[in-house]
Ligand binder design. Structure first.
Ligand code: URP
Ligand code: ZN
Ligand code: ZN
Length: 454
């Protein structure tokens, strides 16, 4: 089966060109002007951009917190991803404190069956001991080449020694370890202080986790990685101060990668005030406008490497668990559908970044860094994971119109200009004219090492 995407403008991280794209057997067979369409289904992309499908480096589908589960599983989450032009997600397979990495991987493979977009897994390590370390080669062989450690959360929080040892062991596999950076001991004390002031609503959430809670943990992670002599990455960076700490580490010669998320670029802590504030309870919390501005600058100037969504969705009924105590609110929010649309509208159209830079952040960098060989570019021989992007398509995000399975979006009220009209996954025409046409076409991406881009 051949498909010709005709008359579009192909955009890669290194620039744009008017070109047709011929898809054959799941791959891009040719990119060039006026390609012959013989025997091919033709998709007219006149007036549209043809982009490499986006990689979401940070999702939590079908995550069980013990007291509740995320609203989205792989079936619903992956459909929402595709409709936004995301053809691959990297979800966090999470080790049970008493379990093995192999068990977590098997569990996540089961959860991901029927996914509509491609998927790979970072492994979240909940216990770093000799047994866990001995499993790393098997993880590499199974295509897991990145790990996350949490400096927070009961049952997941890692001590500094474990992070140090894990960084060294993971680097030996040519894999990469990222960390959720917040100071757990201090923030727990601060939660107590905020509650003691009689603050129980969602406005207490950012008060208990100020910017320095993240910056201290980023600084500590940087020094631990310096001592270990390994690369490291920061997941969901939210603050100007944290960015400065990472930049300091780089100026010492360290290899540091940074991920941020649309919520830290576009939303501020004013959202916690008033009714509906629980929707925005996520960790790290939303920050100040000066943090958003610093992160946008970091994107434009090349300091931030990629953007994930941290999609971790809960309904407002689930969020109501924290109605009398903000610290009981399930942490996380939805966003997997809207990352490209938001970056295009508030990044590219607003003149903060160029379209090739958006492609670099959403497709090229994550595919390379996380070892997805032959993906992340519109180029001959590459997998045909593609988005036909209509810059003229506009709409307003509401709480009701996203395809994800929860009843709210942190981006409700955001006007969008530019969205995916058609999406191809492994060559299959999965989204046609803004609607899901072929669900269930996702494949597991067995990753190979990581390509050091710094
Ligand atoms: O609040 C968040 N971000 N929930 C998801 C888990 C995490 O920390 O990434
Ligand atoms: Zn996290
Ligand atoms: Zn997360």
């Amino acid at each position: 089966m051949k498909t010709l995407i005709a008359n579009g403008t192909v955009v890669n991280s290194d620039g744009e060109q008017r070109a047709d794209v011929l898809i054959e057997d799941g791959r891009v067979a040719r990119v060039g002007p006026d390609l012959a369409a013989e025997g091919a289904k033709v998709v007219d992309a006149r007036g549209c951009f043809v982009l490499p499908g986006f990689v979401d480096t940070h999702t939590h589908f079908d995550l069980d917190l013990g007291f509740t589960k995320t609203a989205d599983d792989f079936i619903t989450g992956s459909k929402a991803a595709l409709l936004g032009g995301t053809t691959t997600v990297l979800d966090f397979a999470t080790q049970e404190p008493g379990g093995t990495l192999a068990q977590a991987l098997e569990t996540w493979h089961q959860k991901a069956r029927g996914s509509s977009c491609n998927y790979g897994f970072h492994m979240a390590i909940a216990r770093f001991d000799e047994a866990t370390e001995a499993e790393l080669p098997a993880m590499s062989a199974a295509g897991v080449t990145s790990y996350k450690m949490y400096m927070v959360y009961h049952g997941l929080r890692m001590d500094d020694g474990s992070i140090y040892a894990a960084l060294k062991a993971v680097a030996k596999q040519n894999a990469l370890l990222g960390a959720h950076c917040e100071n757990w001991d201090v923030l727990l004390r601060m939660v107590g202080e905020v509650r003691a002031r009689g603050i129980t609503g969602p406005e207490g959430h950012p008060l208990s986790r100020p910017s320095a809670v993240e910056a201290e943990a980023v600084a500590r992670l940087m020094r631990i990685a310096e001592l270990a002599g390994t690369p490291v990455y920061v997941v969901h960076l939210s603050t100007k101060e944290g960015l400065l700490e990472a930049q300091r580490a780089r100026s010492r010669g360290q290899e540091v990668y940074l991920e941020t998320c649309p919520q830290y670029l576009l939303l501020t802590d004013e959202r916690y005030r008033g009714a509906g504030g629980a929707k925005f309870v996520m960790s790290p919390p939303l920050r100040k406008q000066e943090d958003c501005d610093a992160l946008w600058r970091g994107l434009a100037e090349g300091d931030i490497d990629f953007i994930g969504t941290d999609h971790c969705s809960f309904t407002m009924a689930q969020k109501a668990r924290g109605k009398d105590d903000f610290s009981l609110t399930p942490n996380g929010s939805a966003g997997v559908q809207h990352r490209g649309e938001l970056l295009c509208t508030y990044g590219v159209r607003a003149g903060r970044i160029t379209l090739p830079r958006m492609v670099e952040l959403l497709s090229h960098n994550p595919a390379r860094l996380f070892g997805m060989e032959g993906r992340g570019k519109v180029a001959e021989g590459y997998a045909a994971d593609l988005a036909v992007w209509d810059p003229a398509a506009s709409y307003c995000i509401t709480d009701e119109n996203p395809a994800h399975a929860c009843d709210n979006s942190p981006y409700a009220g955001f006007e969008i200009e530019g969205r995916a009209r058609d999406v191809f996954v492994n060559g299959a025409h999965a989204v046609e004219n803004f609607a899901l046409a072929k669900p269930g076409m996702g494949k597991y991406i067995c990753r190979k090492g990581c390509i050091h881009t710094r």
